[in-house]
Design a protein around this ligand. Structure first.
Ligand code: C2E
Ligand code: CA
Ligand code: CA
Ligand code: CA
Length: 279
């Protein structure tokens, strides 16, 4: 009776055990993914609204898993964070993005900033500054062509170490943006303390801004505040021309989203760069 009781408990929720199995499979797969060269970066263009220029490329991680195909970060970043694998994975991302940005420079593409997502876990473990220095040195990329996208949660634990790492990165000339802005703590003091360059307005506000007056008001308030603090603004998740027009009217600086382009593999992004017409 005891045994069957245990079995009942164990298999009470078959979905749960499948989740656990998948979790383990992903964890084991991730451990080998770097050595097996299974990660790739996709790039999504960022456009300056006033000039129509492509100012940046956000690097977005994909995992080419042999059995699952192309896996997006939503399926594996949390597991990488829990297990600490985010550190080597994040270092690979930094190196690969810097190497690619340097290659675009060599092709004659000027002033294209590559934006790299940094997990709060990766950031708080420290040594991010060392990883960045190494990636810049190995690639030969100018520091001001690298932007780090941090979330509010990374900066809110505002310890001496955090401040030291950010100061060193800023002194190199690396740019800093706050990702998913508006969804976190909305403590504005750190924007100044960390000398942030840019705010990325979260796509949850952008998506509904035409239908929801609250979202539109939040976006206007964020842009207003950013202008007062002398920060650039970018709206992400722009899917329609009408949204782009509305953002232009709000004096948002830059846009990013499916309306301009989905994230693209490197060769397709290069083609996009070469065929994009400004204005
Ligand atoms: P994020 O940094 O907020 O990235 C934006 C996400 O929205 C990306 O999903 C992108 O493909 C998607 N997106 C872009 N334009 C549109 C649009 O117009 N509409 C909609 N609905 N979605 C759009 P993705 O690539 O699946 O990445 C998800 C998240 O995974 C990212 O959110 C980021 O937090 C994380 N991530 C991605 N790459 C990395 C990485 O290299 N390192 C770390 N630590 N995290 C990463
Ligand atoms: Ca991002
Ligand atoms: Ca975001
Ligand atoms: Ca996000």
């Amino acid at each position: 009776a005891k045994d069957s009781g245990r079995n009942t408990y164990r298999f009470h929720n078959p979905q749960m055990s499948l989740d656990v199995i998948e979790h383990l499979q992903i964890y084991h797969g991730l451990r080998r993914a770097i050595d097996r060269d299974e990660f790739v970066l996709y790039y999504q263009p960022q456009i300056d609204l006033a000039s129509g220029r492509i100012t940046g490329a956000e690097a977005l991680l994909r995992w080419q898993e042999p059995e699952r195909g192309l896996v997006t970060p939503g399926r594996f970043i949390a597991i990488a964070e829990e297990s600490g694998l985010i550190t080597p994975i994040g270092e690979w991302v930094l190196e690969e993005a810097c190497r690619q940005a340097a290659a675009w420079c060599q092709m004659g593409v000027s002033n294209l900033v590559v934006a790299v997502n940094i997990s709060a876990v990766q950031f708080l473990r420290g040594n991010l500054d060392d990883s960045v220095v190494r990636a810049l040195e190995r690639s030969g990329l100018a520091a001001d062509l690298l932007e780090l996208e941090l979330t509010e949660s990374a900066l809110i634990h505002n310890t001496e170490n955090t401040l030291g790492v950010v100061r060193r990165l800023k002194s190199l000339g690396v740019k800093l943006s706050i990702d998913d802005f508006g969804t976190g703590y909305s403590n504005l003091a750190y924007l100044r303390r960390f000398a942030v360059d840019k705010i990325k307005i979260d796509q949850s506000f952008v998506r509904d801004m035409l239908d929801d007056p609250n979202d539109a008001a939040i976006i206007r308030a964020i842009i207003q505040m950013a202008r007062t603090l002398n920060l650039k603004t970018i709206a992400e998740g722009v899917e329609h021309e009408r949204t782009l027009d509305a953002l232009r009217r709000c004096q948002c600086d830059e846009v990013q989203g499916y309306h301009i382009s989905e994230p693209l593999p490197t060769d397709q992004f290069t083609r996009f760069l070469l065929t994009w017409r400004e204005g």
